[in-house]
Design a protein around this ligand. Structure first.
Ligand SMILES: [Zn+2]
Ligand SMILES: [Zn+2]
Length: 257
């Protein structure tokens, strides 16, 4: 029996629940029409596309033991501006990095593009203050050192004594104090945005009085995540995230994780 079949209404009905679930599956990156998807078989990777990068990263960060969170942490601690472009309304963007470095001011009427890259020295300096108290920063510093070693580079100066002590067991990973708040932050932001997008695309209400038996935007997201084999996939966990939408709106790619 098919686990999912595409809706035939062609989105002629703005309140169509099945179309809303399809929309969710699409947004995550899958093709809800692919046979593997409908039959619940292993994802074939051909017709069904693949999970979008931002979703893959966000869900990996939420997964224990949070190796992806640790990697993202060192990257976010070490961001430095590499390139800045001026983006005119028409025509191609112009690299103005050198001009800005030699004093060109940014003006409010212009729009710009930025490229940031992680810098190991900067990240090391930020992490050394946290490695004794924060287990994710401890892991992040180890990831950073391991990546530098793998590339044949020197261990960042700020972390040398520390990592030497860790290697011989003189220093241990600190114990967790409370919850890893930033572990689920990125994922929950994407979920809030997805609920809003579903509401815009379909006119469904955000929540339903019939809870998990309802047909609201939160139900559609829960069902879409379940069909995509991702957690959380229950109505109750999705409305909990929706309830925190004020704290979770907006994105900042330079945010510290
Ligand atoms: Zn439909
Ligand atoms: Zn497929």
């Amino acid at each position: 029996m098919a686990r999912f079949s595409q809706c035939a209404c062609g989105q002629s009905n703005q309140q169509c629940y099945r179309c809303a679930v399809e929309f969710v599956i699409h947004e995550i990156g899958w093709n809800p029409g692919c046979e593997c998807f409908c039959q619940g078989k292993p994802f074939c990777g051909k017709g069904c596309g693949s999970i979008r990068d931002e979703w893959a990263t966000a869900f990996a960060m939420a997964d224990a033991p949070h190796a992806e969170l640790a990697r993202q942490r060192w990257i976010s601690r070490g961001q430095i501006l590499k390139t800045i472009w001026l983006c005119p309304v028409e025509g191609p963007a112009v690299d103005i990095t050198d001009q800005v470095m030699s004093g060109r001011l940014l003006r409010s009427g212009e729009s710009y593009g930025y490229l940031f890259e992680p810098d190991a020295q900067k990240a090391a300096l930020a992490l050394i203050d946290e490695v004794e108290t924060d287990p994710i920063s401890f892991d992040a510093a180890l990831h950073l050192v391991s990546e530098e070693i793998r590339l044949g580079k020197a261990v960042p100066y700020a972390l040398r004594d520390w990592v030497a002590d860790v290697l011989v067991g003189k220093l241990k990973r600190p114990k967790l104090n409370g919850k890893y708040k930033s572990a689920t932050e990125k994922r929950d932001r994407l979920i809030v945005q997805l609920i809003k997008d579903v509401m815009e695309a379909t006119n469904l209400s955000p929540t339903s009085g019939r809870r998990e038996h309802g047909q609201s935007a939160c139900n559609a997201v829960a069902d879409g995540l379940q069909l995509s084999r991702l957690q959380p996939d229950s109505y109750e966990s999705i409305i909990k995230i929706w309830g925190r939408r004020k704290d979770l709106s907006g994105f900042n790619s330079l945010e510290r994780v």
